[in-house]
Design a protein around this ligand. Structure first.
Ligand SMILES: Nc1ncnc2c1ncn2[C@@H]1O[C@H](COP(=O)(O)OP(=O)(O)OP(=O)(O)O)[C@@H](O)[C@H]1O
Length: 603
């Protein structure tokens, strides 16, 4: 069965949920745009962005003026040609050539300023989002609440296209505004009717374009969601590579990725079809652009009211206007394709604001636990804790005290809430009631079942979460600590302390757990909270690691399943669905009591 793919339905349920109101370009959309753009442009010291913006502005204004002159010169040049006036024709031709070179140089300057602004903004916005993502443990709340999909993708992939589109928008609008006004003014000198006609046509063309393009906004969202789903499917294989390999689940995985890919391709095809409709429409209007000057200008020439060169001027002016309007129309698909980015990125800031607001406005007692940091004694008073969604109360009304140097084992059936008790002590879970007092976080270390292996060297693993730079701990001390957790040969085996490796994949879980204890020996916290931190080592090694905790005199709260760890503790907190008990451990008869035999005491 392991190799049998699930039946193909051709459709899929997305992991990404988008509210219909988030898909709309409405007031909320512009508020979110302000959330992303405002801090960059309106902060103090935003000199560089404004200087770059001003460069683009000046370049566009100069180029528009040059465009106006070129239109006039083209008319004069044509008249000179018709009149066989060589003295005027060649100087005008050279002037137009020089103007074209100057105009190209100004365009490059403007493009460079825009590109630089784009990179600068991208760096700034990405840093802001990373800060907000890490602020107040927003990343943790996002994982727990699962209300924001693929935050990594949003931060890494979606900022750059957004900045690109937004920095292009004002210069393009300016260029359009300058160019169209200059050219329309010139056309007005040829015929008073042509300018209103062009404006009317431009307005009709723009509004019709927006109407025709409208489905593009929804399609842009569908593409974004389909791509996020595809990425999730591929990442899932990477994250569970070993398990999938054990199951031999390649066919099932290929199938789930294929379904996601097909869905993404279908959305891209919808986008392409919409583009065909839109392009057909653009071509239709380009025809009108071509015909319009002929209708207005040729009769005037035939009536002898304008010179032949005016026809060339009108054609050049129309070309400039058409190119400007084309630029505006190209902006609309660009802007709609990044509309989802605005919402998706702003959601990270909104989430961070919400987390901030909750932590600032917590009123302990009613719905949240009152967590205080300070002192050496762990105190828990009438603690009731719930899952983050608030749906389930796990354990109710716990009261206990753990003095410095005491070690408490947390036991109980699987799923009862043992790890969650540690989450509460860490302040990660806050739903519930009661009061908890723990030492300041710099004196506490958490040791999870699967230690976090950061990207970097063995040295940085050992010193985590502190930076290796400026750390006073010598190599000899690091090697001695490795020897104490029986990993004395690890540095030699992997080429020293400063070799970067993928430690999470390279080290067995038991080795990673021993790295966790090495971190403890180096950081020397006064309090340690362990969550099955020795589950992957054998019983003698476990005894050795616990002996290190005892020797260091640390205060310990430990979640464990094995009875062999009982002798290393003074107390057992036994959690049950309908209650809890706290019992001193007595091993006077030389035998360790079994966890499930820990008897209940009254509260
Ligand atoms: N993020 C979450 N949202 C909602 N419920 C959760 C979440 N995390 C855990 N739970 C639920 O909370 C309950 C307690 O989980 P916890 O991890 O504390 O159990 P445990 O006693 O440590 O179990 P085990 O011994 O199996 O590790 C479980 O029923 C679990 O499904």
């Amino acid at each position: 069965m392991a190799n049998t793919p699930p039946p193909s339905t051709g459709t899929m349920r997305s992991q990404v949920h988008v509210l219909p109101r988030d898909r709309k370009i409405n007031a909320a959309f512009f508020r979110r745009l302000g959330l992303l753009a405002g801090p960059y442009w309106l902060r103090r010291g935003a000199v560089l962005p404004w200087a770059l913006f001003a460069t683009g502005f000046v370049c566009n204004a100069v180029n528009a003026a040059l465009g106006g002159f070129m239109t006039k010169w083209t008319g004069d040049q044509t008249n000179a040609l018709v009149a066989k006036n060589v003295d005027l024709f060649w100087p005008l031709t050279i002037t137009i050539g020089v103007a074209m070179i100057v105009s190209a140089a100004i365009s490059w300057t403007s493009e460079f300023a825009t590109d630089y602004l784009e990179v600068h903004w991208r760096r700034w916005l990405t840093s802001l989002l990373v800060d907000r993502y890490l602020d107040h443990r927003t990343y943790y709340d996002i994982t727990v609440d699962r209300d924001i999909d693929n935050p990594d993708q949003r931060i890494q992939e979606e900022v750059a296209p957004l900045c690109k589109a937004l920095v292009q928008f004002p210069p393009a609008l300016m260029a359009i505004g300058f160019s169209v006004s200059v050219q329309v003014a010139l056309l007005g000198r040829i015929s008073p009717y042509i300018a209103p006609a062009i404006f009317t046509l431009a307005a009709v063309r723009f509004l019709s374009f927006v109407y025709v393009y409208r489905p593009g906004i929804g399609i842009a969202w569908d593409i974004k969601i389909a791509e996020a789903d595809l990425r999730y499917g591929v990442l899932h294989v990477r994250d569970h590579a070993e398990t999938i390999a054990f199951y031999g689940g390649e066919r099932a995985e290929r199938h789930q990725i294929r379904v996601r890919l097909d869905h993404a391709v279908r959305q891209t095809i919808r986008h392409a079809l919409n583009d065909i409709r839109v392009n057909f429409f653009i071509k239709l209007f380009q025809l009108a652009d071509f015909v319009l000057p002929l209708i207005f200008v040729v009769p005037l020439f035939l009536a002898g009211r304008i010179e032949y060169g005016a026809i060339a001027s009108a054609a050049t002016a129309t070309m400039f206007i058409q190119s400007a309007l084309g630029g505006l129309e190209r902006l609309i698909p660009t802007m709609t394709s990044v509309a989802p980015n605005v919402v998706r990125l702003a959601q990270i800031i909104e989430k961070s604001n919400a987390v901030r607001a909750v932590s600032a406005a917590v009123t302990p007692g009613q719905h949240s636990i009152d967590l205080r940091r300070g002192g050496d004694t762990i105190r828990v008073e009438r603690l009731t804790y719930k899952t983050p969604d608030g749906e389930r109360s796990l354990v109710e009304d716990i009261t206990l005290e753990l003095s410095p140097g005491r070690r408490m084992l947390v036991a109980g059936q699987t799923g009862v809430g043992k790890s969650s008790f540690l989450r509460v002590l860490a302040g990660l879970w806050t739903r519930g009631a009661g009061r908890v007092e723990v030492p300041p976080s710099d004196r506490v270390m958490f040791m999870p079942q699967k230690p976090y292996m950061m990207l970097g060297t063995l040295r940085s693993q050992l010193l985590y979460p502190h930076e290796p730079d400026g750390c006073a701990i010598t190599d000899a001390e690091l090697l001695a600590v490795l020897a104490r957790v029986r990993l004395g040969d690890l540095a030699d085996r992997h080429g020293g302390l400063d070799v970067e490796k993928d430690w999470a994949r390279l080290l067995s879980l038991g080795e990673q757990q021993r790295i966790g204890f090495a971190r403890f020996l180096l950081a020397r916290p006064t309090h340690v909270f362990l969550d099955e931190a020795t589950s992957a080592v054998d019983v003698p090694m476990e005894a050795h690691l616990y002996a290190l905790l005892v020797e260091a005199g640390a205060t310990v709260v430990s979640v464990a399943h094995r009875a062999s760890v009982i002798p290393f503790h003074h107390l057992v907190l036994d959690l049950r669905e309908n209650g809890w008990s706290l019992q001193p451990i007595t091993t006077g008869d030389g035998r360790s009591p079994s966890l499930c035999l820990v008897s209940e005491t009254t509260r």
